[in-house]
Design a protein around this ligand. Structure first.
Ligand code: GDP
Ligand code: CA
Length: 314
């Protein structure tokens, strides 16, 4: 079975661990979001790709859900001693090594897809991990506060401001002119099904779908998604602030309707949202527990997604 998954960071990575557990024989390609990428301290940082790579490769900080396990912060302290920021973006020493290797390779002329493959040679995530594009796409957020109206990088809004200042709009800058990374469209075309893990519908999945060609390729497939919204709220993070910015209600059904029946064939919602279940126009909706509390529970969610896809496949 050939599966393609579109993934952001934590929600995507955790779901993928369950998917690998329930379908160890499957050939899985993960198309990762790069809209969160940022250059800091002269280094290129790809938070979502790294979260997937570390989670599936066994190097993740489990409690935090991002960054490396057994981390130390000497480099950060030394930078602070020089008063070199930003101090709001935490990077540990082990994590820094990944960004140094990546930046060296990018500077030597390798595309991000080749760099990601090289990093995965170490981590062996058990999936083929592809960035959505080798081109530079950055999510920017328009906010207005005491400092006036301005666009900030997604990370500044998310990490420094905790999405506390309302987003007037969110844009994937550069997406229009981006090309899918080598292998992305081919993997989607060859796939038996495409899964949308419970990743942020706006700044993770939405950004991937904004790369020209990807949405149409995915829409041609049997597509099943897992709601990241349970009981009208994100399970963690501030996805509600992103949905509000694009005028979508924070509910499992509204997210499915936002993806639309042209894209989505099946949608898993939590039992907490089961009372409002019943199929949407053109989208088969099933209610089941969706909290990824441990590997077994997560594998059960992934299995339910595969079963629903099997049911819906023409
Ligand atoms: P990020 O890039 O690290 O923000 O991660 P993603 O975009 O991949 O996923 C973020 C989303 O995962 C959030 O909107 C959460 O609501 C969702 N999420 C986190 N844990 C769970 C869970 O246990 N169950 C479900 N259904 N969604 C979850
Ligand atoms: Ca992310």
């Amino acid at each position: 079975m050939r599966i393609v998954a579109l993934a952001g960071g934590i929600g995507g990575a955790r779901f993928l661990r369950g998917l690998l557990h329930t379908a160890p024989e499957a050939d899985i390609t993960v198309v990762g979001n790069t809209g969160d990428d940022i250059s800091l301290f002269g280094l290129r940082i790809c938070p979502d790709l790294d979260t997937v790579m570390y989670t599936l490769g066994g190097g993740i900080n489990e409690e935090q859900g991002w960054g490396r396990a057994d981390e130390t912060f000497t480099l950060r302290e030394e930078l602070a001693a020089y008063e070199v920021g930003p101090s709001w973006f935490t990077l540990g020493d082990r994590d820094f090594a990944t960004h140094i290797v990546r930046t060296q390779m990018l500077d030597a002329g390798y595309p991000l897809s080749a760099v990601t493959e090289a990093l995965c040679d170490r981590w062996r995530p058990g999936v083929r991990l592809l960035p959505m594009t080798d081109d530079r796409v950055e999510t920017h957020v328009v906010i207005e506060d005491d400092a006036g109206k301005r666009a900030v990088h997604f990370q500044e809004w998310w990490v420094r401001l905790h999405a506390g200042t309302p987003a007037q709009s969110i844009a994937a800058v550069g997406a229009e002119d981006a090309k899918p990374a080598p292998g992305v469209l081919e993997a989607i075309e060859a796939a038996d099904l495409v899964v949308l893990p419970p990743s942020n519908p706006v700044v993770s999945i939405g950004t991937i779908l904004a790369v020209p060609g990807i949405r149409a390729a995915v829409a041609a497939k049997t597509v099943v998604g897992v709601s990241p919204i349970i009981g009208g709220a994100p399970v963690r993070g501030m996805a509600d602030a992103c949905l509000t910015a694009i005028g979508v209600e924070t509910s499992a059904r509204a997210v499915a309707a936002h993806y639309g029946p042209d894209l989505l064939d099946g949608w898993l919602v939590d039992t907490a949202d089961g009372a409002t279940a019943g199929d949407l126009d053109g989208i088969a909706v099933r209610a089941r527990p969706l909290l990824m509390t441990d590997l077994e529970a997560t594998a059960d969610i992934a299995r339910a997604a595969l079963d629903l896809a099997g049911e819906l496949r023409p």
